[in-house]
Design a protein around this ligand. Structure first.
Ligand code: SF4
Length: 240
């Protein structure tokens, strides 16, 4: 059976009834990932601390995150949510922050949003263990509020080190918070779709799509997410 023949099954897995192929714009927006906007964020992690994190191996990084008190979120978490998946994955999926279920289980994307993410991966012919899944923040923001800028800045060196260690071929930004903080741009997700960005300084392509939790609330957008996944796949194939 060809990939095309399998597509209806994949679409059903994502809860999509119809498939309309869309021609994607393929534009390299690396230059728009504004160095200026990035520079406007004042780092709270000291240069020395960031440099130390940038040298850590997986074991040290994991242990450091587990005991991190860099921002106030350590006071309300049950545990840190480091990330999960293949340490040499081609795909890195980045979400926003742990929710209350993830805080309890210590794993990103569990519950209904996690199940939909698994289905999205299945739609691409991937299993959860084939990719690496992480979040912008490692600790749960109470009441699932948006991450605060100082929390993102404090936590950023950890994700950056994970990216250095994994060296993924593509990063899929899941939702507004992930897209804005990975790319340092401030646009609606709908306007960031279908564009090939670049993770600043790493040369890794970044593609933006909707967060699975948003897709649960807005199932009509699942078709767009499917299109984004196809676009991401084409970007990966172009760099592989
Ligand atoms: S969110 Fe990140 S920086 Fe803040 S305490 Fe947790 S691990 Fe540390």
């Amino acid at each position: 059976m060809t990939t095309r023949q399998r597509q209806p099954q994949f679409l059903r897995a994502m809860g999509i009834d119809v498939w309309v192929r869309r021609k994607h714009r393929v534009r390299d927006k690396a230059s728009e990932t504004s160095v200026a906007s990035r520079a406007s964020v004042a780092p709270e992690f000291s240069a020395a601390a960031s440099a130390a994190v940038a040298q850590m191996d997986w074991e040290t990084l994991r242990a450091t995150v587990a005991t991190c008190v860099r921002c106030s979120l350590h006071k309300t978490r049950t545990q840190t949510v480091f990330g999960v998946g293949a340490l040499t994955a081609d795909w890195l999926l980045v979400g926003e922050a742990p929710g209350v279920d993830e805080d309890r289980k210590g794993e990103p994307f569990v519950g209904r949003a996690g199940q939909l993410l698994n289905n999205m991966l299945f739609a691409m012919g991937l299993k959860r263990e084939d990719v690496y899944i992480a979040n912008i923040l490692k600790c749960w923001p109470p009441k699932n509020r948006d991450p605060r800028p100082e929390e993102v800045i404090s936590c950023e060196p950890y994700l950056k080190r994970q990216i250095q260690l994994i060296q993924p071929k593509i990063i899929l930004a899941l939702g507004r918070v992930a897209a804005h903080n990975l790319l340092k741009v401030d646009m609606p997700v709908g306007r960031m779709r279908g564009i090939r960005y670049e993770y600043l300084g790493f040369g890794i392509p970044v593609v933006v799509t909707y967060h699975p939790a948003y897709l649960l609330r807005s199932p009509r957008e699942k078709l767009k997410a499917w299109q984004d996944l196809q676009f991401a796949k084409s970007v990966l194939e172009s760099v592989a």
